[in-house]
Ligand binder design. Structure first.
Ligand code: ZN
Length: 116
């Protein structure tokens, strides 16, 4: 932000001392209304590159973490589904055992105490 609260614009220097050197200047400077905001855009290209590399590494770290969390979520969902299937199978087995017990009773067989 420059002194008048505007986003600075990237310009090219036309002075003889720094021809083509890029800088950030006030958006209104050319029309004579702006402030004197000034900052070289390429003062420390090495520092900027280091920053870019650092951010790229951070992005790849985050991507790795995201992939890891996605796998965990997938595993949790899979185990959850398997868990429910097991619960349903067990419910069905308990039901069919109780059903058999009822049939045996109907046929005059001994009552088997399954539960309690
Ligand atoms: Zn300004």
């Amino acid at each position: 932000m420059c002194n008048c609260g505007q986003r600075p614009v990237l310009k090219s220097s036309k002075t003889t001392e720094n021809p083509g050197h890029r800088f950030w200047g006030c958006a209104y400077y050319d029309v004579g209304k702006g402030c004197n905001f000034f900052a070289w855009a390429d003062v420390e290209p090495q520092a900027q590159e280091v920053e870019v590399l650092r951010l790229r590494m951070r992005i790849s770290t985050l991507k790795t973490k995201l992939a890891y969390v996605k796998i965990q979520l997938l595993l949790a969902v899979t185990f959850g589904v398997i868990g429910w299937i097991v619960v349903l199978i067990l419910c069905y087995r308990v039901y069919s055992l109780l059903d058999n017990r009822g049939k045996m009773k109907e046929l005059g067989g001994e009552d088997i105490v399954l539960l309690g």
